[in-house]
Design a protein around this ligand. Structure first.
Ligand code: SF4
Length: 326
C-alpha cells in the first residue's frame, strides 16, 4: 500500500496502458502503442483534479483504466486502501464499480435511445440494490438534483437538448452515490453558455455530496474554473502537477507554459503565445529521454537521452531537467 493513502481517495502509480500492434499472417505482436507510459497522480478526498493535454496524450485512456475499462500493462491504481488495478490477479475488481462513475463527452451516444429516462437512470439503481423509495420517486429526486423536472422521466433521450442530456448523464452517475467521478471532456460538446451552466452544476453537486472529480479536458480555460489542482499530461506521462493557481500563474514545464499561453485572455492582458512546432510524436515510438524534447524550445543535450521524473519545484511537481541541478 502506498504512503499517505488516507489523504488520497485515488492513487495512480507508474501506470502503463499499452495496446499491442499486430502484424503479419500470424498476427504477431510487433510493438505497442504506449497510450499511458509511466503516469502517476493522486486525487485527494473532495477535490477536483483537472487533467489536461492535447488530444492523444493518454488522458482518456488513464480515466478508463481507473474505471477498469482498460487493462494495465504495468503499474498500480489504489482506491483508498484497495488495489483496484494491477497486472497481478489479486486486485479488487468490484471497488471501482461501487465507488467510481464516469461522465462521457457525448451524452447522446451514452444514453440508450430506445429507453426512457426513467429506465436509463433506474437501471443501475435496481442492479445495485440502491432503490430507496420507488424507481419513479428516486429518479424524480435525482432529476431535480440536476435541475430537470421529474415529469420528464417518461421521455426519450432525443426529446432533450444537448445540455439537458448531459444533466441526465450526471443524474445517472450521481444517483449511484460515487466517491469519485471521472468527467471525460464532459462539457466539450456543449455550447459555451451551456458549458458554464453544467460546470456550475458539477461544482454545486460536489459541495453538497462531497465527491472528488477527475476532470479531463483538452481545454485549460475550462479546467481552470473547476479544478483545485491541475495535472498536465504529455505523451502518456504527467509532466507537471500542482495547485491550479500556481500552474496557471507560473507554469514551470515548457509544455505547460505553451498551454497556458494559449488560454484566451482580454486584449489588455494579452501576452505572446508560445506556438509549439511539429506534431505530437507517435505513442508507438515515443522519443528517447524527455518525450517533449522534439518540440521544446529550451531543450538541452541531456534531454535527448535522460528521462526526467516528477520532482518538487516551486510548490508543485515538475518533470523537467531545467529545474534539476544533477
Ligand atoms: Fe524541455 Fe528538456 Fe525540460 Fe524536456 S526536460 S521539457 S526537453 S528542457
Amino acid at each position: 500500500m502506498p504512503e499517505n493513502i488516507e489523504e488520497y481517495i485515488l492513487k495512480v502509480e507508474n501506470l502503463n496502458v499499452w495496446f499491442p500492434i499486430h502484424s503479419g499472417i500470424f498476427s504477431k505482436i510487433v510493438g505497442h502503442v504506449k497510450a499511458v507510459n509511466g503516469a502517476s497522480l493522486q486525487i485527494k478526498k473532495g477535490e477536483t483534479l483537472g487533467l489536461v493535454g492535447e488530444s492523444g496524450c493518454g488522458k482518456t485512456t488513464l480515466g478508463r483504466a481507473i474505471l477498469g475499462l482498460e487493462s494495465t500493462y504495468a503499474g498500480k491504481i489504489f482506491f483508498e486502501k484497495h488495489l483496484i488495478a494491477s497486472q497481478d490477479e489479486d486486485y479488487d475488481r468490484n471497488v471501482a464499480a461501487k465507488h467510481i462513475q464516469m461522465i462521457f463527452q457525448d451524452p447522446f451516444a451514452s444514453l440508450n435511445p430506445r429507453k426512457t429516462i426513467l429506465e436509463i437512470i433506474s437501471e443501475g439503481l435496481i442492479q445495485h440494490n440502491r432503490i430507496k423509495k420507488s424507481p419513479e420517486e428516486d429518479v424524480g429526486f435525482w432529476l431535480e438534483e440536476v435541475g430537470l423536472i421529474p415529469s420528464m422521466m417518461n421521455r426519450f433521450p432525443h426529446e432533450f437538448s444537448g445540455g439537458q442530456r448531459q444533466r441526465i448523464c450526471i443524474a445517472r452517475s450521481i444517483s449511484m452515490q460515487p466517491d469519485l467521478l471521472v468527467c471525460d471532456e464532459s462539457v466539450s460538446a456543449l455550447d459555451v453558455s451551456v458549458q458554464a451552466q453544467v460546470i456550475n452544476l458539477l461544482m454545486d453537486l460536489q459541495k453538497k455530496y462531497q465527491f472528488s472529480y477527475l476532470f479531463i479536458s483538452h481545454d485549460l480555460s475550462v479546467v481552470r474554473h473547476i479544478s483545485d489542482r491541475i495535472a498536465v499530461m504529455y505523451l502518456g506521462n504527467v509532466v507537471e502537477v500542482g495547485d491550479s493557481e500556481k500552474i496557471l500563474d507560473s507554469p514551470q514545464h515548457p509544455y505547460t507554459e505553451a498551454l497556458v499561453s494559449a488560454i484566451p485572455v482580454p486584449l489588455e492582458e494579452k501576452k505572446d503565445r508560445i506556438v509549439l512546432k511539429g506534431e505530437v510524436p507517435s505513442p508507438a515510438s515515443p522519443p528517447s529521454g524527455c518525450a517533449f524534447h522534439t518540440r521544446c524550445r529550451d531543450k538541452m543535450k541531456r534531454c535527448m537521452s535522460d528521462k526526467p521524473t516528477l520532482k518538487p519545484f516551486a510548490g508543485r511537481n515538475v518533470a523537467c531537467w531545467l529545474h534539476e541541478k544533477n
